[in-house]
Design a protein around this ligand. Structure first.
Ligand code: UT7
Length: 335
């Protein structure tokens, strides 16, 4: 039986750090509000032209190095983003070109905060079906160029950061129960308007409505924060139990929980609901904010670097909820 194993991880954030104090200068907010409500102290925002594919490229190079692979070794690439460089083609194609590839298949996925979880499940299906052996999975976002940086957009703008992270996955033949043990994925488009950027909209006869100014709020992300917060606290434990059942393991066998980094309070409530010790839930939102599709692999990379996870036999659980709505959980056992 082929199992999907993580062979390398990498991350990259643009060097420019934007602190909560920096945001106080441009909108009516405060360091105290942001830290208390979200746990965020700073985020990284681009200062010059740089797409999700460019951030992804840097993260991918690091993951490939760790795996000991060259880009030519890859037989499939998955790129998860809600902020593609341009309307089309997708960031995966742009990144693959930067990696020097000219025929490797690439799939872009638009699953927002659960993009990495959907990407893992897709990579696993490709590996188990024999369609691919060596896959690069990247999550990358450039939020900052599309945020409403006035007080009007403060609830959304203070939480988002730019960044990318990548994982190299390989199909290994083994009878052991290792690698990706389970994925549980869900979506409910009835709540699409709870977190969305509405314009430009292909469904309109005029994609850029002439009667609107480019500062219309519909060109910026809007979020019903409290509604999403409540959904996350309710759905994350549920989908975690679903993944545990599929994997045939119990919560006490999980060594570390790496949730999507959307709000530290969501993840603390998630941990309390599961009744796990506080140090079993990994946080790095304070330094990066919410990097959406990049957030889980970025946290995984840092957790491995810090020695919090990664030893043979250890089990990590990933979980997240975000725009769509989409939500999910995955369980991975290190080999
Ligand atoms: O990754 C994608 C999924 N997204 C999430 O999981 C996000 C989930 N939601 C959240 O994280 C939280 O709802 C937020 C952090 C977005 C907001 O926190 P909250 O505790 O739910 O605050 P709220 O939206 O209920 O707003 C409370 C107050 C309001 O003022 P009034 O009406 O009480 O006077 C807001 O206008 O806080 C105000 N407010 C702010 N004040 C200072 C909203 N944003 C800010 C801000 N700075 N940045």
């Amino acid at each position: 039986m082929k199992q999907s194993m993580i062979k390398g991880t990498g991350m990259f954030v643009p060097p420019n750090i934007v602190t909560n104090q920096d945001l106080e200068e441009i909108m009516d907010t405060s360091d105290e509000w942001i830290r208390q409500r979200t746990g965020i102290r700073q985020r990284h925002w681009i200062t010059e032209e740089c797409g999700s594919s460019d951030l992804g490229y840097e993260a991918a190079q690091k993951a490939l190095d760790m795996a000991g692979w060259t880009p030519e070794d890859l037989d499939f690439i998955i790129f998860a983003t809600l902020s593609p460089d341009i309307m089309f083609p997708g960031s995966g194609c742009l990144m693959a070109a930067r990696l020097g590839l000219n025929s490797t298949p690439v799939l872009d996925i638009r699953q927002q905060c659960t993009g990495f979880l959907y990407g893992l499940a897709t990579a696993d299906a490709y590996i188990k079906s024999g369609l691919a052996k060596k896959i690069l999975l990247v999550g990358g976002e450039v939020h900052s160029s599309g945020l409403d940086k006035s007080t009007r957009g403060r609830d959304v703008t203070v939480i988002f950061g730019d960044g990318a992270a990548a994982v190299c996955l390989e199909g290994i033949e083994t009878d052991e129960k290792v690698g990706l043990l389970a994925s549980a994925l869900h979506a409910d488009g009835h709540f699409a308007s709870s977190l969305m950027t509405e314009l430009p909209a292909s469904r309109l006869v005029d994609r850029f409505p002439k009667e609107l100014s480019l500062d219309d709020p519909r060109y910026y992300p809007v979020m019903d924060g409290p509604a999403i917060f409540k959904k996350a606290v309710r759905m994350l434990p549920k989908v975690t139990n679903e993944a545990l059942t599929t994997a045939g393991i119990t919560l006490d066998q999980i060594d570390l929980i790496i949730p999507h980094q959307a709000n530290k309070r969501i993840n603390q409530a998630f941990g309390q609901f599961l009744k796990v010790p506080e140090d079993k839930v990994f946080h790095n939102i304070e330094n990066y904010g919410n990097t959406t599709a990049a957030s889980i692999p970025l946290a995984l990379h840092e957790a491995m670097e810090q020695g919090r996870i990664g030893t043979s036999g250890q089990i990590v659980l990933f979980a997240g909820l975000g725009a769509g709505l989409t939500w999910g959980a995955s369980i991975y056992k290190f080999f």
